[in-house]
Design a protein. Structure first.
Length: 132
């Protein structure tokens, strides 16, 4: 994923050649862009706190949330958005809230685990794997 101000390109490398899969122009500044581990979605953040989830190949986001300045991908079809006030896990496909924690100072995601930190506590939350 490459982003520059309001232009976003998702490029696939194949046989040492770059193929643009998605090229999107937005009216908003893009601060971060990353492809989810499922290789089907990517997220962008803007300085005003908007986080957009896009499906690869689509020209419009499938959902937008106001809660995130940092993005943490987990194992499975979910993502954690965080800022100093709130940490929330959402499904990538619909933006449905799965989990929420208030006032985390720092967050890390490892596999299916969400680690939350504050001055006195460390908590580990495990997201249930997707049913097969």
């Amino acid at each position: 994923v490459f982003s520059s101000r309001n232009l976003l390109a998702v490029v696939k490398l194949k046989d040492e050649k770059a193929e643009i899969q998605t090229l999107t122009r937005t009216s908003r500044w893009i601060g971060f862009a990353g492809v989810a581990p499922n290789q089907k979605h990517f997220l962008t953040t803007s300085p005003n706190g908007d986080t957009n989830c896009w499906k690869l190949g689509e020209e419009k986001p499938i959902w937008t949330k106001k809660s995130g300045h940092r993005v943490h991908f987990g194992e499975g079809d979910w993502v954690v958005l965080t800022n100093k006030e709130i940490t929330v896990a959402y499904t990538l496909t619909e933006g449905k809230e799965l989990w929420r924690q208030e006032k985390c100072e720092d967050v890390r995601v490892q596999g299916t685990d969400i680690w939350t930190f504050d001055q006195k506590n460390i908590e580990v939350w495990r997201m249930a794997p997707k049913a097969k």
